[in-house]
Write a protein that binds this ligand. Structure first.
Ligand code: GRA
Length: 384
C-alpha cells in the first residue's frame, strides 16, 4: 500500500492546518480555560467541508474519503483536541444516515448536519452501559405513529448544545441486542432535557452532558433502518468514528512531539541543550516512531474503507495504538518540560489532560484489545 498523499489530500491537509492555526490557535488557551464551546468555529468547519468527507455530494458532502477525514482530524486536534470532537459529532450521525437512512431521511438531515447548521450528536452510553452497549436500558416503545422514548444517556458530547441526536434504545428489551433500534431525534422535542457534565479532566471546550427522555414522542419516520437494526448500526457507526478519534489522538501526540523537540533544543541544563542528553533522545525517538506508526495504522484502516473493504480489525488496531501513543507522548512531553510542563504557562498540561480521553472514548483501549485478541485467537473474527 502506498501512503504518499496525492495532490488532493495534500491540499486538504494544508487547508485544515491553515484553518486550525489561523482560526483555532489564537484563542485556544482562553477557550479551554473558559470551557468555551466555539459554535462559530464549528460552523466554519462545516463551511470548509470538514464534516462532509464521507458524505456524497448530493447530500452536501465532498466525498473526499476516509483518509481525508483522518488527515483533517489530526490537523484540528494538533491545535485543540476539544475541537476535533465536533468532527465525530457531525460525521458519526451523517455517515450512519448515508449507510442506513431512507432517501427522505438523508435529504432531511444530512445537508444540515454536514454544514453544521444543526449540531448533532449520538447517544449510546448510559450510567450502567459503557463498554457493554447491550446493557443499555433506554426504551422506545411503539405507540401508533410514534415511538415513546424513556431513559437517560450520559457522557454525551454536545448533549446540551445539540439540535439532533442519533439515539439508541430498545424497541424490544426482551431479545437483548436484537431488539435495539436507532432513531434520529430532534433534541428540541418535548420530553427531552439535558444536564451538563462540567467537572472533567480534559476536552474542556467540548460540551459533555446527560440526556433525559421522559415520554418523548419520536415520529416513526425517524427510525433508522428497521426495528432491531440498532446494534448493527451502532457498531458500524463506531467503526467510522473510531477512525477519526484515533486521528485526534495522533494530533495530540504530534503536538507533544513538536513541542518537546522545540523545548529540547532550547532548554539548557548542565551547559548543554537537553536534547543533547541521550535520555531525552531516547524519549524523542520513541515519540517519533510511535506517532508515525499510529498514523500509518490509521491510514491503512482508512484506505481499506475507501476501497469498500472490511476494516473493523484494522480500525481497532489503529484506535488502540493511537490512544497509547497519545498517552505516552503527553506523559513524555510533561517529563521533558518538567515544572514548566506542569504549569499553565505552556500547553503541555492541556495536552496531558486531553490525552487521557483517547484510552477511554469510542471503545476503551481494553475493548479494542478484546476485538484484536479475539480475532487473533480465532474466537470471533472482527472483519465480517
Ligand atoms: O452475528 P450477529 O448477527 O449476532 O451480530 C453480532 C455481531 O456480528 C452482534 O453485533 C454484531 N457486531 C457487529 N456488526 C458490525 C459486533 N461487532 C460488529 C461490528 N464492528 N460491525 C452482537 O455482537 P457481539 O460481539 O456478541 O456483541 P457484544 O459482545 O455485546 O459487544 C461487542 C463490543 C464489546 C465490541 C461492543 O459492545 C463495543 O464495541 N463496545 C464498546 C462501546 C463503545 O465503543 N462505546 C463508545 C461510546 S460513544 C463515544 O465514546 C463518543 C466519543 C466521541 C469522541 O470523542 O469521538
Amino acid at each position: 500500500m502506498n501512503f504518499d498523499l496525492d495532490e488532493e489530500l495534500i491540499a486538504i491537509q494544508q487547508a485544515a492546518r491553515e484553518f486550525a492555526e489561523k482560526e483555532i490557535a489564537p484563542t485556544v488557551d482562553e477557550d479551554d480555560r473558559a470551557h468555551r464551546f466555539r459554535r462559530d468555529l464549528v460552523r466554519k468547519m462545516g463551511e470548509m467541508g470538514f464534516f462532509g468527507c464521507v458524505v456524497p455530494e448530493e447530500y452536501g458532502g465532498t466525498s473526499s474519503g476516509w483518509i481525508s477525514l483522518v488527515i483533517i482530524t489530526e490537523e484540528i486536534s494538533r491545535i485543540h483536541s476539544s475541537m476535533r470532537v465536533a468532527i465525530n459529532m457531525q460525521v458519526g450521525p451523517a455517515r450512519a444516515l448515508v449507510d442506513f437512512g431512507t432517501e427522505a431521511q438523508k435529504k432531511h438531515f444530512i445537508p444540515k448536519i454536514v454544514s453544521a447548521e444543526w449540531l448533532s450528536c449520538f447517544a449510546i452510553t448510559e450510567p450502567d452501559a459503557g463498554s457493554d452497549v447491550g446493557a443499555m436500558r433506554t426504551t422506545a416503545i411503539k405507540d401508533g405513529d410514534h415511538y415513546v422514548l424513556n431513559g437517560s444517556k450520559t457522557w454525551i458530547s454536545n448533549a446540551q448544545v445539540g439540535d439532533v441526536a442519533l439515539v439508541y434504545a430498545y424497541t424490544d428489551p426482551k431479545i437483548k441486542y436484537k431488539g435495539m433500534s436507532a432513531f434520529m431525534v430532534d433534541l428540541h422535542s418535548p420530553g427531552i432535557s439535558s444536564r451538563p457534565i462540567s467537572e472533567k479532566l480534559g476536552a474542556l471546550a467540548s460540551p459533555t452532558g446527560e440526556l433525559f427522555f421522559d415520554n418523548c414522542r419520536v415520529p416513526k419516520e425517524n427510525l433508522l433502518g428497521k426495528e432491531g437494526d440498532g446494534f448493527k448500526i451502532c457498531m458500524t457507526e463506531l467503526n467510522s468514528t473510531r477512525l477519526s478519534c484515533g486521528a485526534g489522538a495522533v494530533g495530540v501526540a504530534r503536538a507533544c512531539r513538536e513541542a518537546s523537540v522545540q523545548y529540547a533544543n532550547q532548554r539548557v541544563q548542565f551547559g548543554q541543550k537537553i536534547g543533547e542528553f541521550q535520555m531525552i533522545q531516547d524519549t524523542i525517538a520513541q515519540m517519533v516512531v510511535q506517532e508515525e506508526a499510529a498514523r500509518l495504522l490509521l491510514y491503512r484502516a482508512a484506505a481499506l474503507k475507501d476501497k469498500g473493504q472490511p476494516n473493523t480489525l484494522e480500525t481497532s488496531m489503529a484506535k488502540y495504538y493511537a490512544g497509547e501513543t497519545c498517552a505516552f507522548a503527553a506523559d513524555s512531553a510533561l517529563k521533558i518540560y518538567g515544572a514548566y510542563g506542569y504549569s499553565g504557562e505552556y500547553p503541555i498540561e492541556r495536552y496531558f489532560r486531553d490525552s487521557r480521553s483517547y484510552q477511554i472514548v469510542e471503545g476503551s483501549a481494553n475493548i479494542q484489545k478484546v476485538i484484536i485478541a479475539q480475532d487473533a485467537l480465532g474466537y470471533r473474527k472482527a472483519n465480517r
